[in-house]
Structure formats: structure tokens, C-alpha cells
Write a protein that binds this ligand. Structure first.
Ligand code: ARG
Length: 462
């Protein structure tokens, strides 16, 4: 039986159940690249301070290259006794390099090792996510550009409220995604600190150069406090917040697009590639991509809470509870990348039916504009609101559209109405009037498109 790395003080012969229960390789094997990189950097540092002879560091370097090959070729064999990826790699290193391998853990702990590996893994995967986010932003921009002239009802409380441009709606999603990219960048910069060399909790007793280690591993700086670096898990919690914020945004949008896809709306149709049929009802084409994305948000939101609950009540240093940080965080990061890509694909492949959107426009969408017409002729808005409310009721009684009321009908509520009301209060004018920054007027939306493009361009440069 393989000896445990801690088998001096404790016999090392744990029960099979304990061994299985405590093993974390199922998740942390994902960090094999990072663990090898950390081993390389640490070995080089130990060579600098004379722990490894030139001959030994050569053997270590070669052994690490072999281990890397084994992982790349899917030929690395884990033993049941390998408690985690760090133990597995150290065990193999010692098999290959003999006594030199047995020196690698000098002055380091799995506590600073795991904190470093995890940050590196997150950084690599966050790069993939960032790429997916920028691709989604590009799709949103492209689809918005196609639909600067497409008008649809804007809803509040799922009641028709005011007309909007489809481009304006799509750009609303764009800015939400934009904030995720900002958050991700800020998050990565905040945690751009290398824990390696912090030891178990108190720092390394060997004179390692942590600035050099940080540089070697591509971090901006070493973490400033060994207790904080090894015991803190905000690094996971904050990432999960960034993930769940996007998951929540997309779940809202997917819920809305799912309804737009319903027969009664018919505003959008998804490509067959992003829909499924029913095992029973032959006519069905279900917008499953939207529903799955909406559903996945639940786990993302819960994951953030899980990390905080995991940490609450723990002392500031490492406790084994913290091993539970990675399965949930790693899964969520992998999943949000897929979510982002799938939403991107589904949006890129969807068809928007602008005629259905136009046909759905109810004249009552112009009620605010009708009130604004009176305001421009000097009526205080509150009175104008009351007058138009009565006009809306009158139209309902007459079973006609609001702007189908005659001038005489309108003048029954206010003699400020004149013939020009019919040419002034139109959908085109309703949109055009909302021309201040951030509004849905075609001109304002074009300016917004330019701003969005500029923002996306800046990200590309970073
Ligand atoms: N597998 C552990 C984890 O993921 C690594 C650190 C273990 N440290 C320890 N002292 N047992 O958290």
C-alpha cells in the first residue's frame, strides 16, 4: 500500500471509506497543467536557494516533462491512495526522480499549492469565458445592426407600454454582457496575486523569492499575507457572483424570447439546431435552448450562496472544508462558458419576424405621446394624463383604435386637440422623439451602436 504524505504522525492506513470520501482527484485533476507549472516554478526556486543540486534539478525537470507527457496522452495513472492532484504528482515525481522528488515539498504546503493552482486554472478558463462573452457581444451588435428599423411593442408588466426598436432591446442585452466583461476583468486584476511561498499559513521558512515566483507564474505580484492567501475563498465566491449575474441576465432574456416564440407572439423562431421536438405531440418545436439556459441559472445562483456558507464560521486559515470549494466553482465556470456559447449560437441562428412585431403594435402604445402632444400645447402633464386616459376608455367603448377616434371625440375631453394631432402622434414620431442619449429613437440607437462597437473594440485591445 502507498504511504500517505502525512503518514509519520498518523499511521496512514485510513479506512477505505475515509480514503474515498476525502479524495478530491475527481475535480482537482483538472488542474494538472497548473500543478505541473507550480512544481516547475517551485523547483527552480529551491534550486536557487540550494535545496536542489544542479543534477537534481535536471532530474526534476525531466520527470516533470514526463508527467506532463503522461497527462497530455491521457496515460497518467492515479492510485486510489492519491488524495489529491498534488499528492499524485509528487508521488509520481518521486517515482521518476527518486530522492530529488522527495525534496520538492520543502518549504511549501498543499495549502499554498492548491490556492495557486486554482487561481491559475480559473485564470485560464476565465480567458475562454471572456472570449465567449466578446463573441456574444459581437453577435448582439450584428443582430442589432440588422434591426435598427424593426419596431415592436415594448412591455412593462407584460402590458404593451411604448414602442421600441428591436436594436434597442438587443443592445440592452449587450450592455449587460458588457458589465460582465468589466466585472471579470476587475475580478482577475484583484486576484492577480501569487499565493505560492505562503506555506501552510505562516509563510515559507526557506528564503524563497516570492516576487520571482509570482513573476515566473505570470502573476502581477505575490499575495501580501500568508494567512489570507491560504485561507481566503473570496476568490471563488466573487467569481461565482460574476457568473450568477450573467446567468440571471440570460435567464431573464431567455424567458422573454421564449414567450416571443409562442404562437400568439410569433416574434422569433429559433433554428432547428437549437430546438427540440416532443416525443408525443408531432407538431411541437420547443425552444429548449432558452429553457435550459433559464434553468441553469438556478445552480449558478445557489453556487454563490454555497461558497459563502462553506466559508462562514471557518477560522481564517485553511480547513479541509475548503476542499469543497472547487467542485462547485469549477463546474459553474465550465457551464457558464457553454451557456454563453449556446445563447450566442441560438441568437445568431434565430429569425426575427418584423411583420409580426409591427402587427402587434397596439395604438394604445401612443397614449403617452398623445399626452405629450397636449403638454407641448401647454397642458400640465398630470391633466394631460387624465384626458388621454378618458380618450383611451372612449376608444375601448367604441371598439376602435386610440388614434381612430375622431377629432370631435378627442375634443370632448379637451379643446386643445387640433387636426395636427393625427400627423403628430404616430409610431414613427413616438420613436423619433425619444432621441436623448439612451433612448429608442433611430438616431440615438445608431449612436448607441457606435458606443457599443467602441467598447467592444477596447476589450479586444486589452
Ligand atoms: N485537496 C486539498 C484541497 O483541495 C488540498 C489542500 C489540502 N491541505 C491539507 N492540509 N490537507 O483543499
Amino acid at each position: 500500500m502507498q504511504k500517505k504524505v502525512w503518514s509519520g504522525r498518523v499511521s496512514g492506513s485510513v479506512s477505505q471509506l475515509m480514503e474515498e470520501y476525502s479524495r478530491s482527484t475527481e475535480t482537482d485533476h483538472l488542474m494538472w497543467r497548473e500543478d505541473i507549472a507550480v512544481n516547475r516554478a517551485w523547483a527552480a526556486e529551491l534550486a536557487h536557494i540550494g535545496i536542489f543540486t544542479p543534477d537534481e534539478i535536471t532530474r526534476i525537470t525531466e520527470a516533470l516533462a514526463t508527467i506532463e507527457q503522461e497527462f497530455s496522452n491521457d496515460q497518467f495513472t492515479f492510485l486510489p491512495s492519491d488524495e489529491d492532484i498534488h499528492v499524485a504528482i509528487e508521488r509520481r515525481l518521486t517515482e521518476l526522480a527518486g530522492e530529488a522528488g522527495a525534496r520538492i515539498h520543502t518549504g511549501r504546503s498543499r495549502n499554498d499549492q492548491v490556492a495557486t493552482d486554482a487561481r491559475l486554472w480559473i485564470r485560464r478558463m476565465a480567458g475562454d469565458w471572456r472570449e465567449a462573452l466578446l463573441a456574444l457581444q459581437a453577435t448582439l451588435l450584428a443582430r442589432a445592426e440588422e434591426h435598427v428599423d424593426t419596431v415592436l411593442p415594448g412591455y412593462t408588466h407584460w402590458q404593451q407600454a411604448q414602442p421600441i426598436l428591436l436594436a434597442h432591446y438587443l443592445l440592452a442585452i449587450f450592455w449587460g454582457v458588457d458589465r460582465t466583461v468589466q466585472r471579470l476583468d476587475e475580478y482577475l486584476a484583484r486576484f492577480d496575486e501569487c499565493p505560492l511561498g505562503c506555506g501552510a499559513l505562516a509563510g515559507s521558512a526557506f528564503p524563497v523569492d516570492r516576487e520571482r515566483l509570482a513573476q515566473e507564474l505570470g502573476f502581477a505580484r505575490p499575495s501580501p499575507n500568508s494567512i489570507d492567501a491560504t485561507g481566503d475563498r473570496e476568490v471563488f465566491a466573487e467569481l461565482l457572483f460574476v457568473i450568477s449575474t450573467l446567468a440571471t441576465l440570460l435567464s431573464r432574456v431567455c424567458g422573454e424570447l421564449q414567450i416571443w416564440n409562442a404562437h400568439e407572439f410569433g416574434f422569433i423562431e429559433f433554428a432547428d439546431a437549437h430546438a427540440t421536438g416532443s416525443s408525443m405531440m408531432p407538431q411541437k418545436k420547443n425552444p429548449d435552448a432558452m429553457e435550459l439556459i433559464r434553468g441553469k441559472a438556478a445552480a449558478a445562483i445557489a453556487a454563490g450562496a454555497q461558497l459563502q456558507v462553506l466559508s462562514k464560521g471557518l477560522p481564517l486559515t485553511y480547513n479541509r472544508d475548503l476542499q469543497e470549494d472547487k467542485p462547485v466553482t469549477f463546474r459553474m465556470l465550465q457551464e457558464i462558458i457553454l451557456t454563453t456559447r449556446l445563447f450566442d449560437e441560438a441568437l445568431a441562428g434565430a429569425v426575427f419576424y418584423s411583420e409580426r412585431m409591427a402587427a402587434a403594435l397596439d395604438d394604445n402604445l401612443l397614449a403617452t405621446d398623445l399626452a405629450d402632444y397636449l403638454v407641448e400645447k401647454g397642458v400640465p402633464f398630470r391633466q394631460a394624463h387624465e384626458i388621454v386616459g378618458q380618450a383611451v376608455r372612449r376608444a375601448l367603448e367604441k371598439k376602435c383604435a386610440l388614434m381612430q377616434l375622431s377629432l370631435q371625440d378627442l375634443r370632448a375631453f379637451s379643446d386643445v386637440f387640433e387636426q395636427d394631432v393625427f400627423e403628430k402622434v404616430t409610431f414613427a414620431n413616438s420613436l423619433a422623439r425619444r432621441s436623448s442619449t439612451g433612448g429608442t429613437a433611430p438616431g440615438a440607437v445608431r449612436r448607441q451602436l457606435a458606443a457599443a462597437k467602441e467598447s467592444l473594440g477596447e476589450y479586444g485591445d486589452r
